[in-house]
Design a binder for this molecule. Structure first.
Ligand SMILES: Cc1cc2nc3c(=O)[nH]c(=O)nc-3n(C[C@H](O)[C@H](O)[C@H](O)COP(=O)(O)OP(=O)(O)OC[C@H]3O[C@@H](n4cnc5c(N)ncnc54)[C@H](O)[C@@H]3O)c2cc1C
Length: 307
């Protein structure tokens, strides 16, 4: 039986305890779709054909997957694809030998509203069920996705200090969050993009970050917990001549973990009333960073969004 759009039940939940569970954040018609007078094609499970499955950063475990919507033969061309920044989609796969479909959430880092295409960055987990399936996918195979799932909405008419904290591959869904602010000339919000990774080899989308850095209202800092440096010090930053050689022009980096003290050093404005913090990463990372952000900026939970 086909479920009406927007309906969800327990079988739609992947059971992984996502912060923004589909049961609490039903896919709902987007403002953009309503304004365009069109249907958002992904509101209930829809077919998407894979256009490419490429390695990222020279790492075979990291895949950039690109999908395009497949319309049914009798469907009018009246749809758009709206996955707002900060929202994720649910992939449902029917795997051989498994009675129930396998559900896993993924966060697009690029979407084309009109062409109905999106891209995700996937870190394949050794022994992971969906990872094993995705690793062998060939272009033109068709998968089922549903969404958008999430609750973050950016209001460009009210300028804010936005702190975006990203861990590892979870930098991917933070890119559209940054772009939606920078792409709008009259958006006066300021962004601090704080990227937590093992070392420089694990900074993904570095080129994109350098493009963002050309905007007056964007600054980033790389927190490299395990980066080695020939200076021999326990930690150093972009002022170290040895580390500087490995950085691009104007890149800032610290060879340590992000904590409340480091966060406080990134303060955009002394008036924190209009500040929000967005955290992308594993649930353990999100909880730890939320604690640090509360200490550093004296914010309440309602100003902190976990993706
Ligand atoms: C909101 C949200 C958005 C997400 N977005 C992305 C994204 O954009 N990109 C991305 O790569 N991931 C993303 N994830 C994670 C993603 O949904 C999956 O969890 C991930 O791809 C692993 O799924 P899997 O089925 O391959 O692994 P699983 O089968 O779930 O296994 C995960 C790990 O546990 C191990 N494991 C499994 N079973 C056992 C067991 N019995 N004993 C010991 N170890 C075991 C596996 O070997 C594997 O390493 C997101 C998660 C959330 C909550």
């Amino acid at each position: 039986m086909l479920m009406p759009e927007n309906e969800v039940d327990e079988t739609d939940c992947c059971g992984n305890g996502c912060t923004n569970c589909i049961l609490d954040n039903k896919p709902k018609p987007s403002q953009q779709a309503l304004l365009a007078g069109k249907r958002n094609v992904i509101l209930s499970y829809a077919k998407f054909k894979m256009l490419s499955n490429e390695m990222h950063n020279g790492d075979a475990q990291l895949r950039l997957l690109h999908f395009v919507y497949v319309a049914s033969d009798d469907e009018e061309n009246d749809g758009i694809l709206d996955i707002p920044p900060g929202h994720h989609v649910m992939l449902r796969a029917e795997l051989a030998g498994h009675a129930a479909p396998l559900l896993r959430p993924y966060s697009p880092y690029w979407t084309d509203f009109v062409a109905k295409e999106f891209k995700i960055l996937v870190k394949l987990q050794p022994g992971g069920r969906m990872s094993d399936y995705l690793a062998t996918l060939e272009p033109l195979q068709v998968l089922n996705f549903r969404g958008p799932i999430g609750n973050y909405v950016h209001d460009s008419s009210s300028p804010k200090s936005i702190y975006i904290i990203a861990q590892g591959v979870a930098i991917a869904p933070t890119l559209p969050l940054v772009a939606q602010v920078l792409d709008k000339e009259d958006d006066m919000s300021c962004i601090r993009h704080l990227i937590c990774v093992k070392d420089l080899d694990h900074v993904y989308f570095r080129g994109r970050l350098l493009e963002f850095a050309q905007y007056w209202n964007y600054r980033s800092c790389l927190y490299l917990a395990h980066q080695k440096c020939s200076c021999g010090a326990v930690n150093c930053d972009e002022l170290c001549v040895h580390l500087k050689k490995k950085l691009h022009y104007n890149e800032t980096a610290r060879r340590l973990r992000l904590d409340a003290m480091q966060l406080a050093g990134q303060t955009i404005s002394s008036d924190q009333s209009g500040s929000i913090v967005i955290i992308a990463g594993t649930s353990i990372f999100q909880r730890a960073m939320r604690e640090q952000a509360i200490i550093a900026f004296n914010l309440s939970n309602k100003n902190i969004y976990l993706l």
